[in-house]
Design a protein around this ligand. Structure first.
Ligand code: A2P
Length: 291
């Protein structure tokens, strides 16, 4: 039946066809391939990856949508924001994890994207949360709040992350348990998905420690990660006797402005110094992060 209908349509004279939808193809357009909503504040989506786009796990790109037409000129301009790529560099698609801000210029619209829609993606990846910006060390810490988990979702699926360290500790602080779901699902998939286990390697996965905390809803571990570091709870929980040191510990930080400032102070009080792509040191912070 389908085939008959198709043939019929193929033979339909063009003049009878409905007028084509007047959607101009966006510059640097990529097509949405999957969307998943976690809470009324959080969602993730996947898009096609430009064949020429190469990036290092942990980097970000500018993505967005066309803005509303200018009331005077009718011209539309792209509305772009920095988004960490949440998928690893080997993935054939790109994944993003986003906040939904009801009156936010971009995310108020972006939260409604559906499979088949187009988004704009400027293929110029940059960022500081890359292995090249850190000196060799023994323990790697990922400190995140909210959607700041995104670059770590990329790095945690990259075998190099584990090959460089003896232990990889990922902390994620959210308001409630539902907001931990994206990260918890990712950790679960890394440990159980056949393809990921094979790709990362069981020996490497044994190095992974997941430390989720909530601040506004009861969960097995309550409190801001900053407070849990300051009072020694994290070290006690993880059996780390000697605390943080510039000799052994490396850290990447991505989250709210408050987290960035507070973690910086804690890391520096233990002698760690901030690095950059051109000057690798003990820790790095993603300053382009908004959310
Ligand atoms: P809190 O509930 O105590 O504010 P948000 O959703 O507002 O981006 O926050 C995400 C998580 O980050 C929340 O659990 C929040 O805790 C926590 N948070 C906010 N500021 C800091 C900070 N300066 N240090 C550590 N965690 C923080």
């Amino acid at each position: 039946m389908t085939r008959a209908i198709k043939l019929m349509n193929d033979q339909t004279p063009m003049t009878d066809a409905p007028a084509a939808k007047a959607t101009p193809t966006l510059p640097d357009a990529q097509v949405v391939t999957a969307v998943k909503h976690y809470t009324d504040r959080l969602f993730s989506f996947r898009v096609t990856r430009p064949a020429s786009l190469r990036f290092r796990s942990g980097e970000f790109v500018m993505i967005g949508l066309m803005g509303d037409p200018d009331p005077k000129t009718g011209k539309q301009r792209p509305l772009l924001r920095a988004y960490s790529i949440a998928s690893p560099s080997w993935d054939e698609e790109l994944e993003f994890y986003s906040i939904k801000v009801q009156d936010g210029p971009l995310t108020s619209k972006l939260q409604h994207v559906q499979v088949g829609d187009e988004i704009i993606l400027r293929p110029k990846p940059v960022g500081t949360l890359v292995h090249d910006a850190l000196l060799p060390g023994k323990r790697l810490w990922f400190f995140s709040t909210g959607t700041g988990f995104a670059p770590f979702a990329s790095l945690l699926r990259d075998p190099e992350t584990y090959e460089l360290y003896d232990q990889v500790i990922v902390t994620h602080t959210c308001r409630d348990v539902a907001e931990l779901t994206y990260g918890a699902d990712l950790i679960e998939s890394i440990n159980t998905d056949e393809l990921l286990v094979e790709l990362i390697g069981e020996e490497n996965l044994a190095k992974l420690v997941y430390y989720p905390t909530t601040t506004r809803e009861q969960s097995p571990k309550m409190g801001r990660i900053t407070d849990l570091l300051k009072d020694g709870t994290v070290f006690k929980d993880l059996g780390i006797e000697d605390g943080l040191s510039a000799e052994t510990d490396r850290a990447m930080v991505c989250g709210s402005m408050g987290l960035n400032v507070d973690i910086k102070e804690i890391l520096e009080s233990h002698g760690l110094e901030e690095g950059a792509n051109s000057d690798p040191k003990h820790y790095v912070v993603e300053k382009a992060f908004v959310g």
